[in-house]
Design a protein around this ligand. Sequence first.
Ligand code: GDP
Length: 367
Amino acid sequence: WTEGTIADAENSLTELAALAETAGSQVLEGLIQRRTRPDPATYIGRGKVDDLGAVVLSTGADTVICDGELSPSQLRNLEQRTKVKVVDRTALILDIFAQHAKSKEGKAQVELAQLQYLLPRLRGWGETLSRQTGGSGRGGGAGGGVGVRGPGETKLETDRRRIRHRISRLRREIKNMRTVRVTKRARRTRNSIPAVAIAGYTNAGKSSLLNRLTDAGVLVENALFATLDPTTRKATASDGRVYTLSDTVGFVRHLPHQIVEAFRSTLEEVAEADLVVHVVDGTHPDPEEQVRAVHEVLAEVSADRLPELLVVNKIDAADEDTLLRLKRLWPDAIFVSAYSGRGIEDLRSAIEDRLPQPAVEVRAVVP
Ligand code: GDP
């Protein structure tokens, strides 16, 4: 469910399909319904549920993915009516994050987000935890079994209790890992090395640009969310000044609040930067919407007041009219192609121009 026009809904659905493919699904068919608000019981209207059931039957689909966040009861009702697994946008994004997290901190953050999503959705008897975490193997190992239940406690209560324990443990672990990162950052600040954060919508080309600017050899994937773990590299300006460049987590529309919450410490790192390089995909059908979505997340972590350098990437593949329109819209933006290298030198000097100037140390030199 999207506020806005049918075109907005279609864009959002196209992105959902791309997300589903990133998660390894084959997308068969899309269904849109125009409503003023979601049906409290079944999300889509009751008649539309029958249409959905028919589509499931005719295509042989085994999963329905819904573009929005379903309440626990909406999810249950839809599953009962369609007889297949129902997943919402949030669960899908969490699944992709789980597949892509590489660092220990990233993994812990995703697991925390998944458990927070799962907790209110735990069902009663007979439902095992592994089924509900979508088989991503991060259920915290709570499976229940003989001997683990307290006297008179239902399995559901046991599961909830275990999950709460696991959640507080993960919170502690993440906090500790954060302390280590903060210490590293403090060292950097002491040495007054300016920091540049590369932010942008997922798949905009942040990793590719980081590679171009630093020869870092960061993994580049044509998949949404290739970037989960922040990568920091050193770069040297033409005048010899050293600064750091960090890649941040990919942003996406309707980023589940559990994700923003879990990745808060990573996102907050952006707020510590001296400059945000905001990368926009020039080939995207709605670059302005991407920019808005990124600004929303930046505002959530109070990184919206930092100096920002807007960079339109993929100009090798973007259409001329779009580029002209974007140039008028964002006269100060830098237009580049991480692929061909066009504009990269301009970007490098634009970054250098915006770096804070080092404090000049004045010493009296006595001959
Ligand atoms: P990130 O998610 O923002 O880090 O994006 P990536 O750097 O992983 O790039 C996402 C996709 O866009 C990959 O398939 C890249 O090959 C592609 N890409 C990145 N830069 C360019 C570019 O300048 N031109 C074109 N045509 N594709 C690009």
